[in-house]
Design a protein around this ligand. Sequence first.
Ligand SMILES: Nc1ncnc2c1ncn2[C@@H]1O[C@H](COP(=O)(O)OP(=O)(O)O)[C@@H](O)[C@H]1O
Ligand SMILES: [Mg+2]
Length: 307
Amino acid sequence: MTKNIIETKNLTKIYGEQKVVDNVNLHVQKGRIYGLLGRNGAGKTTIMKMILGLTTTNSGEITVFGNSITGNEKLIYPRIGAIIETPGFYPNLTGTENLEIFAKLRGTAKPDAVKHALEIVGLPYKDKKVFSKYSLGMKQRLGIANAILHEPELLILDEPTNGLDPIGIAEVRKFIRNLCNERGITILISSHILSEIALLADDIGIIHNGVLLEENSLAHLQKMNDKYVQLEVSDTARAAVILEQKLGISEYSVQADNILRIYKAHIDMALVNKTLMLENISVISSQLCNDTLEDYFKKITGGEGIA
Ligand SMILES: Nc1ncnc2c1ncn2[C@@H]1O[C@H](COP(=O)(O)OP(=O)(O)O)[C@@H](O)[C@H]1O
Ligand SMILES: [Mg+2]
């Protein structure tokens, strides 16, 4: 059984007249990286803020670690690390000094917590450089170090690679992956960049205008968008039965308008045609197709796409 570390039920947030989060049912599974993907303004930050209790909900439920967040704040929030927008660090202190203050404030960290967290994100310990002199990449890393100081079981990262260069993005991706694989930390991460999420996440939720349009494993999404043969037939329901029963093909889907897709690039089309025709199903057309994930996202977000 898969265990959900975060679950939302019909989560809704209204600003003014606008439903910026619209009946969202999110499922973040234990020990996995969940990528929340959506354009700017889609509702990603608002969802994360609601999960963290930083903003109220209009309706719906949020469960974290199996408990409703309402009334269980003291139990839940010490077990979460998060960065939402820019963390407030002191500009005239070094990274180490900043983290030591946060560690003390939380009062939970082990003696070498700061050193350890800096090591994970690849920042020097007891370096002389003050925060205001940090590059954007270093600031982002310090933010993540701060979020993992208390060894949380769940990490919520809102666009942690925003504004980083490609090398910086790759490095951040690597240690986020390590946090998940080596420490078993469950991670909810958001991004507006498809390629970034596709390289990091195990599961993807696509949010568009506040609506969660799709939620699935990356592996499944990739498979769905792999090579397939698209058939236009006179009767999809009967064709499907024949594919399964006479040809042993089970990886197919029935689309709208007499279209059926077989997710297998190498099939004997002559045999498929012949078998269907013998059952009085006409094959109007057949073609080999190959959608990319990007094509898919464009399609489900109504042509606008993501990134
Ligand atoms: N405090 C607020 N007051 C009014 N509208 C807001 C507020 N915060 C966010 N919004 C609106 O809610 C929508 C979703 O925003 P947000 O969750 O920040 O999206 P994302 O993080 O995906 O870019 C946007 O249209 C944004 O303008
Ligand atoms: Mg945002």
